[in-house]
Design a protein around this ligand. Structure first.
Ligand code: SIN
Length: 312
């Protein structure tokens, strides 16, 4: 029997596949559907200090090769998600969860995290440093100074397991600089990658989404090579206690296999989950297990990070 079980920090997951923040995670009903699916866990929609309506519609579009979105962090406010995961964790058989959070300023982020620290929630937090879609608010993790400052302050009071959701980086020097910062902190994981920010997709002569005159985060097939490169770059550079979650372009068992080969301990589904619904976890799990069986791997640790290179 092959196993797709995995761990992140102290948490055990029966399946290394789960949703990506932003997909199937806005309401309790959507989160319950992921909880009841074959997914190993769920991550909530990123909760902000106050609830948000987000950007004007249309703000998401599927394309033949993936998707574009400029949702603008619509959400019910962090307390809605904090209450739900705190409630769920007391239920027998509950999976461990990820609570995605960010403030619209460092001050708001600290207020939220101090509240989570003081709460009964015992699960993981994913601090979203990478949303490209809030007009006037740049992706935090592209500003290394601010990122370091936020993490420095967070870890003075936040003592529960916490990871960060990263934007894609595109330069080796940036991988080095980012890893140097992250290695200074007791992060449990980094999640690579959020959408590739501010792409533009055109049909006939028209943009596909309304916010920002059509600019939006790109997901799906377009982003898999960038996602794999980021997963592997951080797998090579981060201290072993910081695990990697791989997100981007996964629509088959083969894609999940490649993320794990690059070093991912858990793999998230975004665009494909939006397109196919929670049954997709069953399909991709079966495909991943078939590949593992064919290659003689019994569990994901057997091939995690074991990407092969040409001999130098
Ligand atoms: C959004 O709500 O705009 C997407 C979330 C994200 O990219 O972090």
């Amino acid at each position: 029997m092959v196993s797709v079980q995995t761990t992140i920090g102290e948490f055990h997951f029966d399946n290394c596949l789960m949703n990506a923040a932003g997909v199937y995670c806005m309401t309790r009903e959507e989160l319950a559907a992921i909880e009841q699916s074959e997914a190993g866990s769920f991550v909530t929609k990123t909760g902000t200090f106050k609830e948000r309506k987000g950007n004007p519609e249309p703000r998401y579009a599927d394309t033949a090769l993936g998707s574009i979105n400029s949702m603008g962090l619509p959400n019910h406010g962090y307390r809605y998600y904090l209450d739900y995961v705190t409630e769920l964790q007391e239920q027998p058989g509950s999976k461990p969860h990820f609570l995605s959070l960010v403030g619209l300023s460092p001050d708001e982020t600290h207020k939220i995290l101090k509240d989570v620290q003081a709460s009964d929630y015992r699960g993981l937090v994913e601090l979203n440093l990478s949303c490209p879609n809030v007009p006037g608010k740049p992706q935090i993790a592209y500003d290394f100074e601010t990122t370091e400052q936020i993490l420095k302050e967070v870890f003075t009071y936040y003592k529960k397991p916490l990871g960060i959701k990263l934007p894609p980086y595109f330069d080796i020097v940036h991988f080095d600089q980012a890893a140097h910062i992250f290695n200074q902190f007791p992060l449990t994981f980094v999640n690579c990658i959020n959408s590739i920010g501010n792409g533009l997709i055109i049909e006939d002569e028209h943009v596909l989404i309304k916010p920002k005159n059509g600019f939006g985060g790109i997901g799906g097939d377009y982003v898999k090579p960038t996602a794999l490169a980021n997963v592997h770059a951080f797998y090579q550079r981060l201290k072993p206690s910081i695990q990697i979650i791989g997100t981007g372009g996964v629509k088959s068992g083969r894609d999940a296999f490649e993320h794990i080969l690059c070093g991912a301990s858990m793999v998230q589904l975004g665009t494909v989950l939006h397109q196919e619904g929670p049954e997709v976890f069953g399909r991709i799990t079966a495909e991943l297990k078939a590949i593992m069986t064919a290659k003689g791997y019994k569990n994901v640790a057997d091939f995690r990070g074991k990407l092969r290179y040409f001999n130098n």
